[in-house]
Design a protein around this ligand. Structure first.
Ligand code: BGC
Length: 771
């Protein structure tokens, strides 16, 4: 799915997006679309009437627990996490009727993979390699969110990550900037449509700006230090794609980038995002991220957030953040509190404060909030407004498309629905974990467990044995979480294993439901181990000993170390946290109603010590070779590769990719593109999907280039014996890269092209870039 084509397909008007249809590397210049002129007039009129105090209120963003009538009356800018339509209307009425200038509040929410209709977690959705999965999710999420009065979603999260230890890898589209860009565009278009002022649309906030996906050690919020070229080649592209697709707002990140916190970073916020890319929406800080930039006072009882130490105190933190480009402060209130003082001291400028307010008002006008500030409460409390039959069906399709078949020895799968099935394991009859982290207003009771899905799809007997616990006992109400031994998390003891073995012995086939619980993924949930927690491997071994055919179905939010699982299991299905229809979707795949076609959006290591391991790494002078000493290998690992690579995934049928043809072996740096075509054939006996992937490599460049870079892909459906020709077009934006001065360069020379069905194989040809 070519990004430029996707942008067009999704209905973005060229005029509205400036540089969006040009290369990712081409700089967009700020253009106010003609229709926006009236908005600009209204913004300026309103701004000219505002007092400094009102402006400082407008840049304040409060949580549901913070907002009071007094804030609304004073003209607070935004509120997040409030989902009760009556309360939303209440505060909006106060703002509209009792504040001096009647400026509506922008209500926001973390609708990440669904509001009530919960879709697969974003890492799962990315496995579909089908952007319509993400677009449908965002479309339904926007409609349901808007129904209760929300007009901004803190999504998409587009943080490229090579860090499976990091719990938040679940929220993005994995390790590749191109895949993340395509999914970012799809989510923005789903949420915003062509006009986020529409009643069923919301404005997207792209987060977390920027490089939040690469925290040292995989620990959330931790330092990020990186070269200019990595920042621009790996981490910025999905943000640029989202902005070009029209994303109206951006959230700056908690982490420091090269020593400068994301929400006090003039270079990333103002120089790149606003000036270079022409972004005219607003940037809100992440939760207390402005306060966290200040040094911690010597005595800190109840002193509130602090830490980075790039500001001495609250006022300096406020000044740094605002002057760097942060327009709206979430939860902490330093800009509002110290703004007057900072203005009189000349530490912030009126021009900059006005710019921040102008950006916020611009988004509010575009969102139509001045004309339609209130929510229709009757509709908002009507159960028919949520989780409709067709939305559920869409969630089921999405989950099926997102599952990845990792192993299928001896055609263990698909299972026979007429045979007796023993469902075994901590996640076998589990609704809660199907929803994954960031479940919005999803309800456990809405979710279909694997057992329920399997029962509905089987004509044979189905039994269930949990075998061991799925929850830990350490989810405390007060956020005090004692460090856990890995085996304390879930599946702590084997007392239920005998019953599980007996159930397996009594059945024809076994489905083992294993993985992580949803509390182990998402924000502030880093792990130092990547294997199956607790005694789950022992459970596999016990089931294996019965000799019954079995499949391991995995529910999890990060790449796991599956080395032992793969060695002991004939079949593995990666289901991720599949959402509200998870059990039905998994049953669809297990019994062959749906032929799995997902591919991994992230590498699965053999061992945690390989991390970071990712397909698009740079080459070294001594490439890894396990048979020889003086090179880049681990002495205790018999392989240089991940266990399962980016782009990998099996099917119940087989495919061949052949006949790679380039229409030209020369590309002019400023000329027409090069077209690559291949034939993809279903060589098996079932209808199925294949994801054809195009990678490039630049073997000689001024800075060492990744061994492969994904530049296009297409998921195609083929009947048995059917062949389709798949065409990709590359141009100079695909072969160029950013250097360490931040310049986008297209260098003359050879470009290798690989087309295949994963990042590790494929047909190869080359062309030459000439000036
Ligand atoms: C997270 C953001 C989220 C915000 C508001 C923060 O802790 O990092 O991703 O949007 O909270 O809920």
């Amino acid at each position: 799915m070519k990004l430029r084509r996707l942008v067009l397909m999704l209905g973005v008007m060229v005029v509205a997006i400036g540089g969006a249809v040009t290369a990712l590397g081409t700089l967009a210049t700020e253009k106010v679309p003609p229709a926006d002129k009236s908005v600009e007039t209204k913004v300026n009129d309103l701004l000219s009437k505002m007092t400094t105090e009102e402006k400082l209120q407008q840049v304040q963003l409060l949580s549901d627990g913070q907002i009071t009538d007094a804030d609304a009356r004073a003209g607070v800018g935004g509120v997040f996490s409030l989902t009760d339509p009556a309360k939303i209307n209440h505060f909006q009425h106060v703002a509209m009727e009792e504040s001096r200038l009647h400026i509506p509040i922008l209500f926001a929410y973390d609708t990440i993979h669904g509001y009530r209709t919960v879709f697969p977690v974003p890492l799962g959705a990315a496995s579909s390699f089908d952007p319509s999965v993400a677009q449908t999710d965002a479309t339904i999420g926007a409609r349901e969110s808007a129904t209760v009065g929300i007009k901004q979603v803190y999504s998409p999260m587009v943080d490229v990550s090579h860090e499976p230890r990091w719990g938040r890898i679940v929220e993005g589209a994995g390790e590749d900037p191109y895949l993340n860009s395509v999914f970012a565009v799809a989510r923005v278009k789903g949420a915003q449509g062509s006009d986020y002022g529409a009643s069923d649309k919301v404005v997207s906030s792209v987060k977390h700006y920027v490089a939040y996906g690469q925290p040292e050690g995989g620990r959330d919020y931790n330092t990020t230090d990186m070269s200019e070229q990595r920042l621009r080649n790996l981490y910025l592209p999905p943000f640029k794609a989202a902005i070009d697709a029209g994303a109206g707002t951006v959230m700056c990140s908690f982490n420091a980038i090269n020593g400068v916190p994301g929400c006090a970073n003039h270079y990333t916020e103002t120089d790149i995002l606003k000036n270079e890319w022409g972004f005219d929406g607003f940037i809100e800080s992440d939760y207390t991220a402005v306060a966290e930039t200040r040094a911690c006072p010597p005595v800190t009882p109840n002193e509130g957030p602090c830490g980075h130490g790039t500001a001495a105190d609250g006022p300096s933190a406020a000044a740094n953040a605002l002057m760097a480009g942060t327009d709206s402060e979430m939860v902490s209130t330093y800009i509002r509190d110290y703004g007057q003082q900072l203005l009189s001291q000349g530490k912030i400028s009126t021009a900059r404060l006005d710019d921040a307010v102008r950006r916020i008002l611009r988004v509010k006008f575009r969102a139509g909030l001045f004309d339609h500030p209130y929510v229709d409460q009757a509709k908002a409390v009507d159960p028919a407004s949520f989780l409709t039959t067709s939305d559920r069906a869409a969630a089921r399709t999405a989950a099926g498309k997102s599952m990845v078949l990792l192993k299928n020895e001896g055609q263990t799968l698909p299972l026979d629905p007429a045979k007796s099935t023993a469902v075994i394991g901590p996640f076998g009859d589990d609704q809660h974990d199907m929803l994954g982290p960031w479940w919005g207003q999803g309800r456990d009771d809405d979710a279909v467990s694997l057992l329920t899905g399997i029962k509905a799809a089987s004509t044979g007997t189905v039994t269930f044995t949990q075998a061991c616990n799925r929850e830990n006992n350490f989810d405390p109400p007060n956020n005090v979480n004692p460090p856990l031994e890995p085996d304390q998390e879930i599946c702590r003891d084997d007392s239920g294993f005998a019953a599980a073995v007996a159930a397996a012995n009594n059945a024809d086939q076994v489905v083992l439901a294993l993985g992580e619980n949803r509390e182990m993924s998402g924000e502030a949930n880093a792990r130092s181990e990547l294997d199956l927690p607790g005694r789950q491997q022992e459970l596999i071994d016990a089931i294996k000993a019965t000799g019954k055919p079995f499949v391991v179905v995995l529910f999890n939010g990060r790449p796991l170390d599956l080395t032992e699982v793969a060695a002991s299991s004939p079949a593995i299905l990666e289901a991720w946290f599949p959402g509200v229809e998870g059990g039905n979707a998994a049953a669809d795949v297990l019994f062959g109603k749906v032929n799995p076609g997902g591919k991994l959006p992230v590498s699965f290591p053999r061992r945690v010590g390989q991390v970071p391991i990712y397909y698009n790494h740079e080459p070294t002078g001594r490439p890894c070779d396990t048979t020889f000493k003086w090179n880049s290998r681990y002495r205790d690992l018999p392989s240089c590769e991940p266990l399962y690579e980016f782009g990998y995934g099996l099917s119940y049928t087989t495919f061949s990719v052949s006949n790679l043809k380039l229409n030209s072996h020369t590309m002019r740096a400023n000329g027409a593109g090069v077209t690559a075509t291949v034939d993809v054939k279903n060589t098996g006996s079932r209808r199925g999907d294949e994801v054809v992937q195009l990678y490039i490599h630049d073997p000689v460049a001024s800075i060492s280039q990744p061994v492969r870079r994904l530049r296009d892909f297409q998921r195609v459906t083929l009947d048995p014996g059917q062949t389709k020709s798949v065409k990709f077009t590359l141009d100079s934006s695909d072969v160029g890269f950013y250097d360490n001065s931040g310049r986008f360069v297209v260098e003359p020379g050879t470009i290798d092209v690989y087309v295949g069905n994963s990042s590790s194989d494929g047909l190869k040809d080359s062309f030459t870039v000439v000036r």
